[in-house]
Design a protein around this ligand. Structure first.
Ligand SMILES: CC(C)(COP(=O)(O)OP(=O)(O)OC[C@H]1O[C@@H](n2cnc3c(N)ncnc32)[C@H](O)[C@@H]1OP(=O)(O)O)[C@@H](O)C(=O)NCCC(=O)NCCS
Length: 169
């Protein structure tokens, strides 16, 4: 039996449909992990998805990494520079298809966002993670993130608390 190889690459403007499908699946299957909701993003018009992908494909302030197994999308993670000229980048939208978890895909996605953030001039990478999300916390700790001190309710479910983590790049 052949083991499919994982490729992690920057999204391209040809990936709008694949990215939309993957992102909506992440929001549907793991709603407690994300600040956004499937309902909200499924209602966004095609032009918004196109803009989002085009910006992440070639913009200086946004990035999306796709993980593919034999060409099929199995994971994603996003990066953004929040304020122009800022040395702080944010990581968002980390998700791996359950069939592909615990094989190092999440780690590769974190690395891809870090590499992009360095190229974009960031010195720090920050993210928010729900305090009870053990696998994500383990991934980020293993990748060198430490608590930044801030907490906030998860916008999509204020009964859950998010903690902020950061990493010096
Ligand atoms: C969190 C998530 C992205 C991890 O992806 P993954 O591909 O399974 O992670 P990896 O295989 O790269 O794991 C890397 C490290 O993280 C830790 N880790 C990941 N999942 C873990 C788990 N379930 N239990 C314990 N440690 C875990 C381990 O230290 C692991 O390193 P090791 O395999 O050398 O021990 C995935 O579980 C997921 O998509 N969860 C739902 C969405 C989500 O929570 N996103 C985060 C939003 S902030």
């Amino acid at each position: 039996m052949e083991v499919p190889s994982i490729v992690v690459r920057r999204v391209s403007s040809a990936d709008v449909a694949a990215f939309r499908q993957l992102r909506l699946r992440a929001l549907r299957e793991d709603p407690q992990a994300f600040a956004s909701t499937e309902e909200r993003e499924a209602a966004e018009p095609p032009s918004v998805w196109r803009q989002r992908v085009d910006r992440a494909a070639s913009g200086d302030d946004a990035f999306i990494a796709l993980a593919e197994a034999d060409g099929a999308p199995v994971g994603m993670a996003g990066g953004r520079i929040r304020d122009a000229g800022s040395r702080e980048a944010g990581l968002w939208g980390m998700w791996v298809d359950p069939a592909w978890r615990s094989r190092g895909v999440g780690r590769l996605l974190v690395r891809a966002v870090e590499d992009w953030a360095v190229r974009a001039g960031a010195e720090t990478l920050t993210l928010w993670v729900v305090r009870s999300n053990a696998s994500a916390l383990a991934l980020y700790r293993a990748s060198g993130f430490v608590p930044a001190g801030a907490t906030q309710p998860l916008p999509s479910d204020p009964s859950l608390l998010e903690v902020q983590l950061s990493k010096r790049l």
